[in-house]
Design a protein around this ligand. Structure first.
Ligand SMILES: Nc1ncnc2c1ncn2[C@@H]1O[C@H](COP(=O)(O)OP(=O)(O)OP(=O)(O)O)[C@@H](O)[C@H]1O
Ligand SMILES: [Mg+2]
Length: 185
């Protein structure tokens, strides 16, 4: 992975397995209150990325469907019990709100959705086709840029905005490099 001067992380050309693994890892690291903006052409992998992120949040990826027609889908937060010690604790994971602005034609129509009101500390908001929203989004947020390389690979670039996201990306890079090192052994 290469890290650019502007804190743009080039993850390179990923096959589906690597792509899903990284998106899931990001889902595992999110705490709630973050927005993820997904840029990329038709079929570049935006919904696939959100499904894997959902997986990392503990949400069944098969429930996650592209909200192209209803624009906003929401998946409730889950809690699970950690039973591995004598004092089990409830672990709360953030819920997911999945937005697709493909069919939204004007800034006015987009503002009517009041996406800001959906952002709270218990929720991760993921937005496909975020062109109309990007100038209104507040930190912390991630920009994910996806491009077709060929049928089975996609290039992935990630830009973190806000201190929390920068530190998340730093940790992600450490994990990816560690995994690569282990695979190379
Ligand atoms: N390396 C890869 N990374 C991601 N997706 C891949 C990869 N290789 C193949 N694919 C496939 O490409 C397709 C991407 O479709 P997806 O619905 O995620 O795209 P999208 O960007 O959400 O499209 P849309 O703009 O229509 O919403 C999926 O069928 C996925 O399995
Ligand atoms: Mg999609």
């Amino acid at each position: 992975m290469e890290r650019g001067a502007e804190e743009i992380y080039e993850l390179g050309e990923l096959d589906l397995r690597e792509f899903e693994r990284i998106a899931k890892k990001i889902g595992e690291m999110l705490e709630g209150g973050e927005t993820v903006l997904l840029f990329g052409d038709l079929g570049s992998g935006k919904t696939t990325f959100v499904k894997s992120m959902a997986d990392g949040l503990g949400i069944d990826r098969d429930y996650v469907r592209s909200p192209t027609f209803n624009i906003v889908n929401s998946y409730p937060r889950l809690s699970s019990r950690k039973e591995d010690n004598e004092n089990p604790v409830e672990v709360e994971r953030p819920g997911l709100i999945h937005v697709d602005l493909y069919r939204v034609e004007s800034e006015e129509e987009m503002l009517d959705l009041a996406l800001h009101d959906l952002v709270d500390l218990d929720t991760v908001v993921a937005v496909e086709w975020p062109e109309l929203y990007v100038k209104y989004v507040s930190q912390p947020y991630l920009i994910v840029r996806l491009e077709h390389c060929d049928e089975s690979t996609r290039s992935v670039r990630i830009e973190p905005h806000g201190r929390k996201m920068k530190s998340l990306l730093n940790r992600l890079v450490t994990i990816i490099n560690e995994d690569e090192r282990r695979e190379g052994e």
